[in-house]
Design a protein around this ligand. Structure first.
Ligand SMILES: Cc1cc2nc3c(=O)[nH]c(=O)nc-3n(C[C@H](O)[C@H](O)[C@H](O)COP(=O)(O)O)c2cc1C
Length: 327
């Protein structure tokens, strides 16, 4: 059954959330995820310092259209006032929910005391949460990992603090910061937080198809699921989950639908950043879309060499015609 969930005073259409992904969840990608049924979409992580310093590129991350519905903006930073000011800027640009990044393992971020570093500096994390909560009049969420490392398992403790600070929901990706993406996400940590605390819990980690999503909900009792890698080149995962929840078998996208979405993605990117940058950008994205298709290595090889829109069209037409003939 599809469930509606509430984050603070905001009711989401369903319990499926597109995760923040740097370099991926820009406006075009979010529009596509929304089209396939995501109940909430999230920006990539945005530097609080960058927003407060009025950096043009940082502002680009906040571009938003009403078509994408509710927008959650994710902010990273280490100074309470700076994060709160940035959150306010994001709200003025159209964000309905603010998420504070407390899990990013990227060195550049961690060395400033932001992202995952906050999982070993709970006092600072608390100061940030309190200040943002006091300053901003929209629901505030945090996104954490299991802790800094297997010796610093702070997920439950920071969740308790978050609850006391009035944070409206917690997303947990249950791997340690030091783990990066290795090993499996330990879903039992999601269950533990859900059992021990009365707070909205969003489970994240290793959902690659509709069954994974249903399993996570069943096993952990989480209120919503958040999907990252499983949506890249596979944005219909949201539709698949909604179908499976209704008891229907998810329909694999036909070749023509897949091609249509790839084209749509390209055109949206082109509108967003112009043809030249779009061509460079879409090469990587199209590799994800071709994953698991026959002769994808041929496509991968060719797509990395395309130089303009005409070459892109020629390659797509040729590849999909070939796939059709294989059927
Ligand atoms: C390319 C990429 C970029 C990411 N960028 C962010 C980010 O900006 N902020 C964040 O909180 N997490 C980021 N993540 C982590 C994801 O949001 C998510 O927590 C993680 O990938 C686990 O979920 P998954 O198993 O569904 O991929 C990123 C992950 C990937 C693969």
């Amino acid at each position: 059954m599809s469930r509606k969930i509430k984050i603070g005073n905001i009711m989401l259409e369903n319990d499926l959330i597109l995760a923040p992904m740097a370099g991926i969840t820009n406006l075009p990608f979010r529009l596509i995820a929304k089209k396939f049924g995501a109940g909430l979409v999230t920006t990539e992580m945005i530097s609080a310092e960058g927003l407060c310093q009025n950096q043009k590129k940082t502002y680009e991350y906040l571009r938003h259209t009403p078509e994408e519905g509710l927008l959650c903006a994710q902010i990273f930073g280490s100074e309470p006032e700076v994060v709160a000011n940035a959150a306010q800027i994001a709200i003025e640009s159209g964000a309905s929910i603010i998420d504070i990044n407390m899990g990013c393992p990227v060195k550049k971020v961690v060395k400033t005391g932001a992202g995952g570093a906050l999982l070993k500096n709970l006092k600072q994390a608390e100061r940030i949460m309190k200040t943002v909560k006091k300053t901003c009049n929209v629901p505030i969420t945090i996104k954490i990992r299991a802790g800094w490392s297997s010796n610093i398992k702070t997920a439950l403790e920071i969740s308790r603090i978050a609850k006391e600070c009035g944070i409206d929901a917690i997303t947990i990706h249950p791997r340690f910061v030091t783990q990066g993406f290795s090993g499996k996400a330990n879903w039992s940590i999601i269950s533990e937080i859900k059992e021990k605390l009365d707070i909205t819990v969003i489970g994240n980690g290793d959902i690659f198809d509709a069954e994974d999503a249903i399993n996570m909900i069943k096993k952990t009792g989480c209120d919503a699921v958040m999907i990252a890698r499983g949506a890249i080149g596979n944005p219909w995962i949201f539709r698949d989950i909604l179908d499976l929840k209704k008891g229907n078998i998810p329909k694999t996208p036909s070749l023509s639908e897949r091609k249509e979405i790839m084209l749509k993605h390209f055109y949206l990117i082109k509108e967003f950043i112009g043809e030249k940058r779009a061509i460079r950008y879409i090469r990587g994205i199209f590799i994800w879309y071709s994953k698991n298709l026959p002769y994808s290595s041929y496509f991968r090889d060719k797509v990395t060499k395309i130089r303009n829109e005409d070459e892109l069209m020629m390659l797509l037409n040729k590849y999909f015609l070939y796939l059709k003939k294989l059927k």
